[in-house]
Write a protein of this length. Structure first.
Length: 152
């Protein structure tokens, strides 16, 4: 039997999406990411009752918390060679609004910004794989260009 395929981009979006009004679930039968809203009555969204009645089929995707996102940025900064970019980004994490500062400071270093996007993507793919493993779901993460290979 073929593995269920899960859209990697949608899954990563669910991992990063923080909303008090919206929650994301993985439908383990279809591989689809479904959203449930407390505010919207939209035919395109799954009903909360259906989700709650089928907890084996629908698995809640807990968004990555801000502490883990911060640690991800710190790991990236620690991986950089000593220099202006490393100092600037390390400083951005120490100031008020570190997420905003980090993104703003990245613009001053386009090469480092590209490295960050690659690093960030690799970290998210790894988190997605770990989530699937923890949930004991045997599935394949796929992107628009086909199956996703291991980062590295």
């Amino acid at each position: 039997m073929d593995k269920t395929q899960i859209d990697l981009d949608e899954f990563v979006f669910a991992l990063e999406w923080h909303s008090d009004e919206m929650a994301s679930y993985l439908d383990v039968e279809t591989g689809r990411i479904v959203e449930v809203s407390d505010l919207l009555d939209d035919d395109g969204l799954q009903s909360r009752d259906e989700i709650e009645e089928n907890t084996e089929r629908y698995r809640y995707i807990e968004p990555i918390d801000s502490h883990e996102s911060y640690r991800m940025m710190a790991r990236f900064v620690d991986s950089l060679p000593e220099g202006e970019a490393q100092r600037a980004l390390a400083g951005s994490l120490q100031r008020r609004s570190p997420f905003r500062n980090f993104k703003d400071d990245l613009y001053d270093f386009p090469d480092v910004q590209n490295q960050w996007y690659k690093f960030h993507n690799e970290q998210l793919v790894q988190m997605a794989k770990e989530w699937l493993e923890a949930e004991e779901i045997d599935a394949e993460l796929v992107s628009a260009t086909g199956p996703r290979s291991d980062p590295g």
